[in-house]
Design a protein around this ligand. Structure first.
Ligand code: SAM
Length: 237
């Protein structure tokens, strides 16, 4: 896991034996399950370390490490656990809720929770559009994360309702995010958010650059959002 350790160090994270062992087990489980369940197209060891593990951890560039340490986080559309699981491994005092609509993927995530012994992880099967209306999940999270799920305008509707007022939504994107941002401006405002900043992510171990879109939650999301499943993507605000 040399690339992971090196990449994490550039993010200011010193990984010890515990973390390296857990990421090692994560890698083995991911590749093993991927033969039965379509979890990821990236299975090569170096690439998983950089494009999945380090990329997930890069979310901490958007939020101070001392906030992440004890934060209550949600990962919307978690898939095989990115970015939520790497953060749960590195920040054992945080609490991370993975939200994923595909039951086969949450079966993997539940297996992973047991395998890695991650008591700080919660796995929920369901659509963000529905789960965000549950009182125990609505506006409950300090940080809401999402990577590779939808266009920013739709993602604002899928993430901001989970975010507490004063919390932050951090969305992993490609660097060419300007067009998406322009299309998402209205949605972000309608949902109670405010564009804080876009951070360039350019790490030595990564072949490709990335970007983090950071949204602040400034006022409550109106009750009618998110709309019914599929609407945020089909007809973005
Ligand atoms: N975030 C992971 C990553 O970066 O590797 C997975 C990305 S994958 C392309 C998108 C995932 O989001 C899929 O597993 C899909 O089932 C899930 N998803 C899409 N829309 C969703 C929704 N409305 N609610 C919950 N999960 C959703």
């Amino acid at each position: 896991m040399e690339l992971l350790v090196k990449g994490a160090a550039t993010l200011g994270l010193a990984l010890g034996d515990r973390e390296v062992r857990l990421f090692e087990n994560y890698y083995e489980a991911l590749v093993g399950w991927n033969r039965m369940v379509n979890l990821t197209a990236i299975t090569e060891r170096d690439e998983v370390q950089t494009r999945h593990f380090v990329d997930s951890l890069s979310a901490i560039l958007a939020v101070p490490a001392n906030v992440v340490t004890s934060a209550h986080m949600a990962d919307v559309g978690s898939g095989a656990g990115f970015p939520g699981v790497p953060l749960a491994i590195v920040f054992p005092e945080s609490r991370v809720t993975l939200i994923e609509s595909t039951a086969k993927k949450t079966a993997f995530l539940s297996h992973l929770k047991e395998l890695l012994g991650l008591a700080n992880l919660t796995v929920l099967t369901g659509r963000a559009e529905e789960l965000a209306h549950l009182p125990e999940l609505r506006e409950r999270f300090d940080i809401v994360l999402s990577r590779a799920v939808a266009e920013l305008a739709a993602l604002a509707e899928l993430t901001l309702p989970f975010c507490r007022i004063g919390g932050t939504s951090v969305v992993h994107k490609r660097p060419d995010v300007a067009g998406e941002l322009a299309r998402a401006r209205q949605a972000i405002e309608t949902l109670g958010g405010h564009l804080d900043r876009v951070l360039d992510v350019d790490l030595e171990v990564m072949k490709e650059k990335g970007a983090l879109v950071v949204l602040d939650k400034i006022i409550a999301t109106p009750d009618r959002f998110p709309r019914r499943p599929g609407m945020p993507v089909k007809r973005p605000l």
